[in-house]
Design a protein around this ligand. Structure first.
Ligand SMILES: Cc1ncc(COP(=O)(O)O)c(C=O)c1O
Length: 397
Protein backbone atom coordinates (compact mmCIF):
# COMPACT_ATOMS: atom_id res chain seq x y z
CA UNK A 1 0.00 0.00 0.00
CA UNK A 2 1.42 3.39 -0.93
CA UNK A 3 0.64 6.56 0.94
CA UNK A 4 -1.80 8.65 -1.00
CA UNK A 5 -1.09 12.35 -1.13
CA UNK A 6 -3.39 15.05 -2.43
CA UNK A 7 -1.57 18.12 -3.68
CA UNK A 8 -3.01 21.31 -5.07
CA UNK A 9 -3.79 19.66 -8.39
CA UNK A 10 -6.87 18.44 -6.51
CA UNK A 11 -9.74 20.73 -5.63
CA UNK A 12 -10.61 22.04 -2.15
CA UNK A 13 -13.48 19.59 -1.74
CA UNK A 14 -11.39 16.57 -2.74
CA UNK A 15 -8.69 17.59 -0.28
CA UNK A 16 -11.30 18.14 2.47
CA UNK A 17 -12.39 14.54 1.96
CA UNK A 18 -9.05 12.80 1.47
CA UNK A 19 -6.04 14.73 2.76
CA UNK A 20 -4.65 13.26 5.98
CA UNK A 21 -6.58 10.02 5.56
CA UNK A 22 -5.19 6.77 4.18
CA UNK A 23 -5.81 3.03 4.28
CA UNK A 24 -4.68 1.73 7.68
CA UNK A 25 -1.54 -0.37 7.16
CA UNK A 26 -2.40 -2.93 9.84
CA UNK A 27 -6.08 -3.65 9.26
CA UNK A 28 -6.78 -2.36 5.76
CA UNK A 29 -9.52 -0.13 7.21
CA UNK A 30 -10.24 2.73 4.83
CA UNK A 31 -10.28 5.26 7.68
CA UNK A 32 -7.26 5.78 9.87
CA UNK A 33 -7.95 4.74 13.49
CA UNK A 34 -7.90 6.86 16.65
CA UNK A 35 -4.69 6.25 18.56
CA UNK A 36 -5.40 7.12 22.19
CA UNK A 37 -2.10 5.76 23.57
CA UNK A 38 -0.08 8.60 25.01
CA UNK A 39 3.32 6.87 24.54
CA UNK A 40 5.08 5.02 21.76
CA UNK A 41 7.65 2.21 22.01
CA UNK A 42 11.23 3.39 22.40
CA UNK A 43 14.21 2.10 20.38
CA UNK A 44 16.69 -0.42 21.87
CA UNK A 45 18.89 2.34 23.26
CA UNK A 46 16.77 5.44 23.93
CA UNK A 47 19.36 7.36 25.93
CA UNK A 48 20.46 9.59 23.07
CA UNK A 49 16.90 10.66 22.29
CA UNK A 50 15.77 14.26 22.45
CA UNK A 51 12.79 14.04 24.82
CA UNK A 52 11.51 17.41 23.53
CA UNK A 53 11.48 16.38 19.89
CA UNK A 54 8.37 16.52 17.70
CA UNK A 55 9.94 14.28 15.06
CA UNK A 56 8.72 10.69 15.03
CA UNK A 57 6.33 9.15 17.54
CA UNK A 58 7.48 9.46 21.13
CA UNK A 59 4.88 10.97 23.44
CA UNK A 60 1.50 12.45 22.51
CA UNK A 61 2.25 15.88 23.98
CA UNK A 62 5.09 16.13 21.46
CA UNK A 63 2.70 15.12 18.67
CA UNK A 64 0.33 12.19 18.13
CA UNK A 65 -0.71 10.53 14.90
CA UNK A 66 -4.29 11.90 14.79
CA UNK A 67 -2.95 15.39 15.39
CA UNK A 68 -0.51 14.97 12.50
CA UNK A 69 -3.20 13.72 10.10
CA UNK A 70 -5.32 16.78 10.88
CA UNK A 71 -2.35 19.11 10.51
CA UNK A 72 -1.71 17.73 7.04
CA UNK A 73 -5.30 18.48 6.03
CA UNK A 74 -5.49 21.98 7.52
CA UNK A 75 -2.14 22.99 5.95
CA UNK A 76 -3.47 21.85 2.59
CA UNK A 77 -6.83 23.66 2.94
CA UNK A 78 -5.14 26.87 4.10
CA UNK A 79 -2.50 26.71 1.35
CA UNK A 80 0.30 26.83 3.95
CA UNK A 81 3.66 25.12 4.31
CA UNK A 82 3.07 23.67 7.78
CA UNK A 83 0.40 23.56 10.49
CA UNK A 84 0.16 22.99 14.24
CA UNK A 85 -3.10 21.81 15.71
CA UNK A 86 -3.61 22.56 19.42
CA UNK A 87 -6.29 22.03 22.06
CA UNK A 88 -8.39 25.15 21.32
CA UNK A 89 -8.45 28.29 19.24
CA UNK A 90 -7.15 30.19 22.24
CA UNK A 91 -4.28 27.69 22.64
CA UNK A 92 -3.38 28.48 19.02
CA UNK A 93 -3.54 32.24 19.61
CA UNK A 94 -1.61 32.16 22.89
CA UNK A 95 0.87 29.67 21.41
CA UNK A 96 1.60 32.03 18.54
CA UNK A 97 1.95 35.11 20.74
CA UNK A 98 4.04 33.36 23.40
CA UNK A 99 6.51 31.92 20.91
CA UNK A 100 6.89 35.00 18.71
CA UNK A 101 6.90 37.86 21.18
CA UNK A 102 9.54 38.97 23.62
CA UNK A 103 9.63 41.59 26.29
CA UNK A 104 9.93 45.03 24.64
CA UNK A 105 8.31 43.94 21.36
CA UNK A 106 5.33 45.89 20.08
CA UNK A 107 2.11 44.37 18.71
CA UNK A 108 -0.65 46.08 16.75
CA UNK A 109 -4.00 44.32 16.94
CA UNK A 110 -7.54 44.88 15.69
CA UNK A 111 -9.96 46.81 17.88
CA UNK A 112 -12.44 44.02 17.11
CA UNK A 113 -11.15 40.60 18.14
CA UNK A 114 -12.23 37.62 20.14
CA UNK A 115 -12.07 38.64 23.83
CA UNK A 116 -9.14 36.31 24.67
CA UNK A 117 -6.91 38.14 22.16
CA UNK A 118 -7.58 41.38 23.98
CA UNK A 119 -6.86 39.75 27.35
CA UNK A 120 -3.76 37.91 26.14
CA UNK A 121 -2.11 40.82 24.39
CA UNK A 122 -3.39 43.88 26.17
CA UNK A 123 -3.52 42.54 29.72
CA UNK A 124 -1.44 39.38 30.23
CA UNK A 125 1.54 39.76 27.88
CA UNK A 126 1.51 43.50 28.39
CA UNK A 127 1.41 43.43 32.20
CA UNK A 128 3.46 40.33 32.87
CA UNK A 129 6.06 40.47 30.12
CA UNK A 130 6.12 44.13 29.01
CA UNK A 131 4.95 43.45 25.48
CA UNK A 132 3.75 46.80 24.14
CA UNK A 133 0.34 46.91 22.45
CA UNK A 134 -1.58 49.30 20.23
CA UNK A 135 -5.25 48.68 19.49
CA UNK A 136 -6.17 49.91 16.03
CA UNK A 137 -9.25 49.91 13.82
CA UNK A 138 -7.55 47.76 11.20
CA UNK A 139 -10.26 48.51 8.63
CA UNK A 140 -8.46 51.88 8.47
CA UNK A 141 -5.19 51.25 6.61
CA UNK A 142 -3.74 54.66 7.43
CA UNK A 143 -4.25 53.97 11.14
CA UNK A 144 -2.39 50.66 10.77
CA UNK A 145 0.47 52.37 8.93
CA UNK A 146 0.73 55.10 11.57
CA UNK A 147 0.79 52.59 14.45
CA UNK A 148 3.96 50.82 13.24
CA UNK A 149 6.99 51.48 15.48
CA UNK A 150 10.63 50.41 15.13
CA UNK A 151 9.99 47.60 17.66
CA UNK A 152 6.74 46.34 16.07
CA UNK A 153 7.03 42.58 15.66
CA UNK A 154 3.50 41.48 14.84
CA UNK A 155 0.21 42.78 13.46
CA UNK A 156 -2.72 40.58 14.46
CA UNK A 157 -6.07 41.03 12.75
CA UNK A 158 -9.36 39.21 12.78
CA UNK A 159 -11.50 39.47 9.65
CA UNK A 160 -14.44 39.38 9.72
CA UNK A 161 -14.03 40.38 13.37
CA UNK A 162 -15.94 39.01 16.33
CA UNK A 163 -18.55 40.40 17.13
CA UNK A 164 -19.02 43.42 14.82
CA UNK A 165 -18.05 41.65 11.55
CA UNK A 166 -15.60 44.47 10.77
CA UNK A 167 -13.61 43.63 7.64
CA UNK A 168 -9.88 44.36 7.30
CA UNK A 169 -7.95 44.26 4.03
CA UNK A 170 -5.52 41.33 4.37
CA UNK A 171 -3.49 42.08 1.20
CA UNK A 172 -2.97 45.73 2.07
CA UNK A 173 -2.07 45.03 5.71
CA UNK A 174 0.37 42.29 4.64
CA UNK A 175 2.08 44.90 2.45
CA UNK A 176 2.32 47.41 5.30
CA UNK A 177 3.64 44.68 7.61
CA UNK A 178 6.26 43.36 5.22
CA UNK A 179 7.49 46.82 4.13
CA UNK A 180 8.32 47.30 7.82
CA UNK A 181 9.74 43.85 8.55
CA UNK A 182 6.67 42.95 10.64
CA UNK A 183 4.77 39.63 10.69
CA UNK A 184 1.02 39.43 10.04
CA UNK A 185 -1.29 36.90 11.68
CA UNK A 186 -4.96 36.63 10.73
CA UNK A 187 -7.68 34.96 12.79
CA UNK A 188 -9.68 33.34 10.01
CA UNK A 189 -12.26 31.61 12.21
CA UNK A 190 -15.34 33.51 10.94
CA UNK A 191 -14.53 32.85 7.28
CA UNK A 192 -12.90 29.38 7.40
CA UNK A 193 -10.43 28.45 4.65
CA UNK A 194 -13.34 27.65 2.36
CA UNK A 195 -14.19 31.35 2.06
CA UNK A 196 -10.85 33.03 2.75
CA UNK A 197 -7.21 31.89 2.77
CA UNK A 198 -5.05 34.55 4.48
CA UNK A 199 -1.71 32.97 3.53
CA UNK A 200 -2.58 33.16 -0.16
CA UNK A 201 -3.42 36.84 0.44
CA UNK A 202 0.03 37.53 1.94
CA UNK A 203 -0.36 36.85 5.68
CA UNK A 204 2.34 34.96 7.55
CA UNK A 205 -0.04 33.00 9.78
CA UNK A 206 -3.63 31.89 9.57
CA UNK A 207 -5.28 30.99 12.88
CA UNK A 208 -8.47 28.97 13.17
CA UNK A 209 -10.62 28.00 16.09
CA UNK A 210 -11.29 24.49 14.76
CA UNK A 211 -14.05 24.36 17.37
CA UNK A 212 -16.14 26.40 14.94
CA UNK A 213 -16.69 25.77 11.20
CA UNK A 214 -13.91 23.25 10.58
CA UNK A 215 -15.28 20.78 13.12
CA UNK A 216 -18.74 22.14 12.49
CA UNK A 217 -20.74 19.91 14.80
CA UNK A 218 -20.32 21.63 18.15
CA UNK A 219 -18.77 18.61 19.84
CA UNK A 220 -15.00 19.17 19.98
CA UNK A 221 -12.47 21.91 20.61
CA UNK A 222 -9.28 22.64 18.72
CA UNK A 223 -7.21 25.37 17.15
CA UNK A 224 -4.65 25.64 14.37
CA UNK A 225 -1.76 27.83 13.31
CA UNK A 226 -0.72 27.55 9.67
CA UNK A 227 2.34 29.22 8.21
CA UNK A 228 6.00 28.80 7.35
CA UNK A 229 7.86 25.84 8.86
CA UNK A 230 10.69 28.08 10.11
CA UNK A 231 8.27 29.75 12.54
CA UNK A 232 6.08 26.75 13.21
CA UNK A 233 9.05 24.69 14.41
CA UNK A 234 9.64 27.34 17.09
CA UNK A 235 5.97 27.53 18.02
CA UNK A 236 5.73 23.72 18.20
CA UNK A 237 8.77 23.46 20.46
CA UNK A 238 7.77 26.27 22.80
CA UNK A 239 4.00 26.34 22.86
CA UNK A 240 3.03 22.74 22.26
CA UNK A 241 5.78 20.63 23.76
CA UNK A 242 6.79 22.93 26.62
CA UNK A 243 3.57 24.84 27.33
CA UNK A 244 1.55 21.71 26.63
CA UNK A 245 -1.54 22.86 24.72
CA UNK A 246 -1.71 19.57 22.80
CA UNK A 247 -5.04 18.43 21.37
CA UNK A 248 -6.47 15.10 22.46
CA UNK A 249 -6.35 12.37 19.77
CA UNK A 250 -10.13 11.93 20.05
CA UNK A 251 -10.80 15.62 19.41
CA UNK A 252 -8.34 15.63 16.48
CA UNK A 253 -10.19 12.64 15.05
CA UNK A 254 -13.62 14.28 15.53
CA UNK A 255 -12.43 17.47 13.83
CA UNK A 256 -10.89 15.41 11.03
CA UNK A 257 -14.25 13.77 10.49
CA UNK A 258 -16.24 16.99 10.72
CA UNK A 259 -13.93 18.78 8.31
CA UNK A 260 -14.78 16.38 5.48
CA UNK A 261 -18.06 18.25 4.93
CA UNK A 262 -16.64 21.77 5.45
CA UNK A 263 -17.23 22.86 1.81
CA UNK A 264 -20.82 21.57 1.77
CA UNK A 265 -21.66 23.14 5.11
CA UNK A 266 -20.00 26.46 4.26
CA UNK A 267 -22.01 26.78 1.05
CA UNK A 268 -25.19 26.38 3.09
CA UNK A 269 -23.99 28.74 5.85
CA UNK A 270 -23.10 31.37 3.24
CA UNK A 271 -26.47 31.06 1.53
CA UNK A 272 -28.54 30.98 4.73
CA UNK A 273 -26.70 33.89 6.38
CA UNK A 274 -27.13 36.12 3.35
CA UNK A 275 -30.84 35.30 3.18
CA UNK A 276 -31.29 35.86 6.93
CA UNK A 277 -29.34 39.16 6.75
CA UNK A 278 -31.55 40.41 3.91
CA UNK A 279 -34.73 39.38 5.73
CA UNK A 280 -33.64 41.02 8.98
CA UNK A 281 -32.64 44.20 7.17
CA UNK A 282 -36.19 44.54 5.83
CA UNK A 283 -37.83 44.36 9.30
CA UNK A 284 -38.86 47.72 10.80
CA UNK A 285 -37.99 46.51 14.34
CA UNK A 286 -34.36 45.81 13.36
CA UNK A 287 -32.02 48.74 13.98
CA UNK A 288 -29.06 47.43 11.97
CA UNK A 289 -27.61 44.31 10.40
CA UNK A 290 -23.84 43.77 10.10
CA UNK A 291 -22.90 41.16 7.52
CA UNK A 292 -20.03 41.62 5.06
CA UNK A 293 -22.05 40.01 2.25
CA UNK A 294 -24.73 42.71 2.24
CA UNK A 295 -24.11 44.90 -0.82
CA UNK A 296 -23.34 48.45 0.27
CA UNK A 297 -22.47 47.47 3.85
CA UNK A 298 -19.23 48.59 5.50
CA UNK A 299 -16.38 46.44 4.25
CA UNK A 300 -18.42 44.87 1.43
CA UNK A 301 -15.94 45.76 -1.34
CA UNK A 302 -12.97 44.49 0.65
CA UNK A 303 -14.84 41.34 1.62
CA UNK A 304 -15.69 40.77 -2.04
CA UNK A 305 -12.02 41.07 -2.98
CA UNK A 306 -10.76 38.54 -0.43
CA UNK A 307 -13.67 36.26 0.44
CA UNK A 308 -15.01 33.78 -2.08
CA UNK A 309 -17.30 31.97 -2.64
CA UNK A 310 -19.15 33.55 0.30
CA UNK A 311 -19.08 35.60 3.48
CA UNK A 312 -19.60 33.03 6.21
CA UNK A 313 -22.49 32.25 8.51
CA UNK A 314 -22.16 34.88 11.24
CA UNK A 315 -23.99 38.20 11.35
CA UNK A 316 -24.87 40.70 14.03
CA UNK A 317 -28.07 42.69 14.37
CA UNK A 318 -29.78 45.08 16.74
CA UNK A 319 -33.43 45.49 17.73
CA UNK A 320 -35.27 48.74 18.38
CA UNK A 321 -36.21 47.45 21.81
CA UNK A 322 -35.27 47.63 25.48
CA UNK A 323 -32.96 45.20 27.27
CA UNK A 324 -35.65 42.84 28.51
CA UNK A 325 -37.38 42.63 25.11
CA UNK A 326 -34.12 41.23 23.69
CA UNK A 327 -34.23 38.46 26.28
CA UNK A 328 -37.95 37.82 25.72
CA UNK A 329 -37.32 37.53 21.97
CA UNK A 330 -34.61 34.92 22.52
CA UNK A 331 -36.77 32.97 24.97
CA UNK A 332 -39.39 32.50 22.20
CA UNK A 333 -36.97 30.97 19.67
CA UNK A 334 -37.54 27.28 18.91
CA UNK A 335 -35.06 26.40 16.14
CA UNK A 336 -32.29 28.86 17.08
CA UNK A 337 -30.51 28.10 20.37
CA UNK A 338 -29.23 30.70 22.80
CA UNK A 339 -25.57 29.72 23.30
CA UNK A 340 -22.10 31.05 22.74
CA UNK A 341 -19.84 29.58 20.05
CA UNK A 342 -20.55 29.74 16.34
CA UNK A 343 -19.96 27.81 13.16
CA UNK A 344 -21.96 24.82 14.36
CA UNK A 345 -24.41 22.95 12.15
CA UNK A 346 -27.24 24.47 14.22
CA UNK A 347 -28.15 28.14 14.51
CA UNK A 348 -26.90 29.85 17.67
CA UNK A 349 -27.64 33.31 19.01
CA UNK A 350 -26.13 35.32 21.84
CA UNK A 351 -27.37 38.62 23.27
CA UNK A 352 -24.42 40.90 23.92
CA UNK A 353 -25.77 43.56 26.24
CA UNK A 354 -25.05 47.24 26.62
CA UNK A 355 -22.24 46.87 29.17
CA UNK A 356 -19.43 45.25 27.15
CA UNK A 357 -16.14 46.63 28.46
CA UNK A 358 -14.76 46.94 24.90
CA UNK A 359 -17.79 48.76 23.55
CA UNK A 360 -15.80 51.98 23.21
CA UNK A 361 -13.85 50.20 20.47
CA UNK A 362 -16.99 49.34 18.45
CA UNK A 363 -19.05 51.56 16.10
CA UNK A 364 -21.88 53.36 17.90
CA UNK A 365 -24.70 51.22 16.55
CA UNK A 366 -23.34 48.36 18.71
CA UNK A 367 -23.66 50.36 21.94
CA UNK A 368 -27.33 49.56 22.70
CA UNK A 369 -27.02 45.80 22.95
CA UNK A 370 -27.09 43.49 19.94
CA UNK A 371 -27.18 39.86 18.87
CA UNK A 372 -24.39 37.79 17.38
CA UNK A 373 -26.20 35.26 15.25
CA UNK A 374 -24.43 32.19 13.86
CA UNK A 375 -26.74 31.05 11.09
CA UNK A 376 -26.83 27.27 10.83
CA UNK A 377 -27.52 24.89 7.97
CA UNK A 378 -31.18 24.21 8.80
CA UNK A 379 -33.84 25.00 6.17
CA UNK A 380 -33.76 28.75 5.68
CA UNK A 381 -37.58 28.89 5.82
CA UNK A 382 -37.40 27.45 9.34
CA UNK A 383 -34.68 29.87 10.44
CA UNK A 384 -36.54 32.93 9.16
CA UNK A 385 -39.85 31.47 10.35
CA UNK A 386 -38.37 31.12 13.84
CA UNK A 387 -37.15 34.74 13.88
CA UNK A 388 -40.56 35.92 12.66
CA UNK A 389 -42.65 33.98 15.17
CA UNK A 390 -40.39 35.10 18.05
CA UNK A 391 -40.68 38.73 16.92
CA UNK A 392 -44.48 38.36 16.71
CA UNK A 393 -44.74 36.80 20.19
CA UNK A 394 -42.57 39.57 21.61
CA UNK A 395 -44.73 42.29 20.02
CA UNK A 396 -41.95 43.40 17.70
CA UNK A 397 -43.87 42.61 14.48
C1 LIG B 1 -12.71 34.58 16.12
C2 LIG B 1 -12.40 33.61 17.22
N1 LIG B 1 -11.13 33.25 17.43
C3 LIG B 1 -10.79 32.40 18.42
C4 LIG B 1 -11.75 31.88 19.26
C5 LIG B 1 -11.33 30.97 20.37
O1 LIG B 1 -11.54 29.65 20.03
P1 LIG B 1 -11.73 28.47 21.11
O2 LIG B 1 -13.03 28.74 21.77
O3 LIG B 1 -11.68 27.24 20.26
O4 LIG B 1 -10.58 28.56 22.06
C6 LIG B 1 -13.09 32.22 19.08
C7 LIG B 1 -14.12 31.67 19.98
O5 LIG B 1 -15.26 32.07 19.94
C8 LIG B 1 -13.42 33.11 18.04
O6 LIG B 1 -14.68 33.51 17.82
Amino acid sequence: MTKRTYGNEYGFQTRAVHTGNDVDGETGAIKRPITMANSYELPYDPTAMNWSSAAGNLYTRNGGSNQKYLQEKIASLEGGEDCIVLSSGVAALSGLFFALLESGDHVIFSSVTYIAVYRLLHELLNNKFHVETTIVDTSDLEAVRKAVRPNTKLIHIETPGNPTLTVSDIRAIAEIAHENGVLLSVDNTFASPFNQRPIELGADFSIESLTKYINGHGDAMGGSITGKKEYLDIIRAQSQINLGGTISPFNAWLIMRGSVTLPLRMRQHNENALAAAKWLEAQPCVSFVAYPGLPGSDGYETALSQMAPGFGGVLSFGLKADHDTHNRFVSQLKVITSAVSLGHDESLIVFLGEEDERQYLYPEKFHNGFFRFSVGIEDIEDIIGDLRQAMEKTGLL
